[in-house]
Design a protein around this ligand. Structure first.
Ligand code: SAH
Length: 213
């Protein structure tokens, strides 16, 4: 669990690259400069951890590309103390970014192996989400709703109605929407029934699966 000057140097280069690619939110960039991404990956990927790439993690899943993490985090416009729901904890890296932005993070993962790993890893790194949950993200977390914002980190063939229902008025749902490729989609809740839709181009994610382990 070592984080060295060399890792910090590589993180600074990654942040520079993300700026060049158009990420402007200083809080998001500061979080990426701080979080040791190499500790969220298998040690065999350590040398590549600060490339702007997705990598395989356990259970056939992937840690999202840093640009994607930054892009989604920037769209959320997290304020300190916001209640944020993440669907797809995966490696826990996005969870860590949200935590560094000051959010009270609730995160759901359907792969037990990943749920168990992050339950151990995150506290070790001083990252304390409010709630890590093993279950089906399509359902959200009705007992903890409503949320200031919701981020889905897997490709969703539908926009789960439960997630829309668990969003506060004025809140944002950021979700890669689509079957094979996904369009990064943001819904802003205007009132009980009205949602404003914004689209931000194509991304590629592992699929958001129904719970049938
Ligand atoms: N934020 C993660 C992304 C991991 S990939 C990271 O950067 O590491 C997407 C994750 O979503 C996978 O771990 C996958 O198991 C999870 N997932 C897929 N369908 C899900 C569902 N219905 N509910 C909760 N998690 C789900």
């Amino acid at each position: 669990m070592k984080d060295t000057n060399k890792h910090q140097g590589l993180r600074n280069q990654l942040v520079k690259l993300l700026r060049e690619k158009g990420i402007t939110d200083e809080n998001v960039l500061a979080a990426i400069a701080k979080i040791p991404r190499h500790l969220f990956l298998d040690s065999s990927f350590e040398d590549f951890a600060y490339q702007d790439k997705a990598f395989p993690i356990a259970a056939g899943q992937t840690i999202s590309q840093p640009y994607t993490v930054a892009f989604q985090s920037q769209l959320l416009q997290v304020n300190k103390e916001d209640k944020v729901l993440e669907i797809g904890t995966g490696s826990g890296y996005q969870t860590a970014v949200l935590y560094h932005l000051g959010a009270k993070v609730y995160s759901v993962e359907r792969q037990n192996e990943l749920f168990k790993q992050t339950s151990v890893l995150l506290p070790k790194l001083g990252i304390r989400p409010k709630h890590l949950s093993f279950g089906d993200g399509y359902k959200g977390l009705p007992n903890h709703a409503p949320f200031d914002s919701i981020i889905v980190t897997a490709g969703a063939p539908i926009i789960p109605p439960a997630l829309m229902a668990q969003l506060k008025i004025g809140g944002r749902l950021v979700i890669p929407f689509g079957d094979k490729n996904q369009i990064m989609t943001m819904l802003i809740r205007k009132d009980e029934t009205k949602f404003e839709k914004h689209e931000f181009g194509e991304f590629r994610f592992v699929p958001l699966l129904e719970n049938k382990n």
